[in-house]
Design a protein around this ligand. Structure first.
Ligand code: HEM
Ligand code: HEM
Length: 127
């Protein structure tokens, strides 16, 4: 997809704004119980999505592939499931959304591994 890197950055920034809001709320309320959800929203949402975006920005031919769109969609979906899932689990509720979100986050990272390794092999074959 043509604008895949920009979509990564828009989502990453949305995660950063939400994560920072959560951080300020924790600091102001002196209640740090949301720290794991805050940490992973920032690290998977802001940092990892921005890194995916940087890779796709510098590899537009790979970003154009449907597999790249699938990888980013899976990453977004996993974060949307994992972060509320951590909050629910921390509040003593079901762990199911957090477990599914975590497995999907891992799946999207494994897909990214496949995409980057395949690109490296293609590169090596053309020189
Ligand atoms: C407005 C910005 C931010 C504020 C006010 C904020 C605030 C906080 C607070 C109050 C805690 C809980 C600390 C504790 O219980 O020990 C925390 C934990 C954490 N924050 Fe932030 N944060 C901000 C941005 C970020 C960003 C941008 C990242 C990552 C890119 C981040 C990563 C973390 C991590 C990993 C933890 C967990 C640390 C631990 O448990 O040892 N934070 N933050
Ligand atoms: C499938 C994805 C992930 C899962 C299921 C996961 C799970 C966990 C768990 C269970 C903890 C312990 C939380 C606690 O003691 O309260 C933790 C802590 C932590 N993780 Fe992750 N993690 C994931 C991805 C990541 C990534 C991608 C990063 C960094 C880029 C990261 C950075 C951290 C940090 C800094 C801590 C310590 C902060 C804290 O205790 O809240 N994690 N993670």
């Amino acid at each position: 997809m043509k604008r895949l890197a920009s979509y990564c950055f828009v989502f990453a920034t949305f995660a950063a704004v939400t994560g920072m809001g959560m951080g300020i709320f924790m600091a102001a309320s002196h209640d740090h119980s949301l720290a794991p959800a805050h940490a992973h929203l920032n690290l998977l949402g802001w940092v990892s999505m921005a890194l995916y975006g940087l890779y796709y920005q510098t590899h537009p031919e790979i970003a154009a592939r449907r597999l790249a769109l699938a990888q980013v969609s899976l990453a977004v979906f996993s974060i949307v499931l994992l972060i509320p899932g951590i909050v629910i689990a921390n509040l003593g509720g079901t762990e199911l959304p957090a477990v599914i979100g975590a497995l999907l986050a891992l799946a999207s990272m494994l897909l990214f591994l496949g995409i980057t390794v395949a690109a490296l092999i293609r590169d090596a074959q053309t020189v």
